[in-house]
Ligand binder design. Structure first.
Ligand code: FES
Length: 73
């Protein structure tokens, strides 16, 4: 499965998020975070820049072990 994933992505991490932009950058004001927020690091979420749990399926398919970064206020 890992080889299949690599072939599909051409070595890219990002296959779906704001592909029209030269570089995806997000600025989050810590004051806008209620208590804590989980930010995606696998690029598979449907709720960018937040983690939606999609890393679980990615890890299962590829043998990867990625997960979000959680910011606590
Ligand atoms: Fe990407 Fe959770 S969905 S880290």
């Amino acid at each position: 499965p890992a080889a299949k994933c690599q072939a599909k992505s051409n070595g890219r991490c990002n296959n779906q998020i704001r592909k029209h932009e030269p570089k995806v950058v997000d600025m989050i004001d810590v004051e806008d975070i209620a208590e804590k927020a989980a930010f995606c690091r696998c690029w598979k979420t449907k709720n960018w820049p937040y983690c939606d749990g999609s890393h679980g399926e990615h890890n299962k398919l590829t043998g990867d072990n990625v997960g979000p970064v959680v910011v606590k206020k």
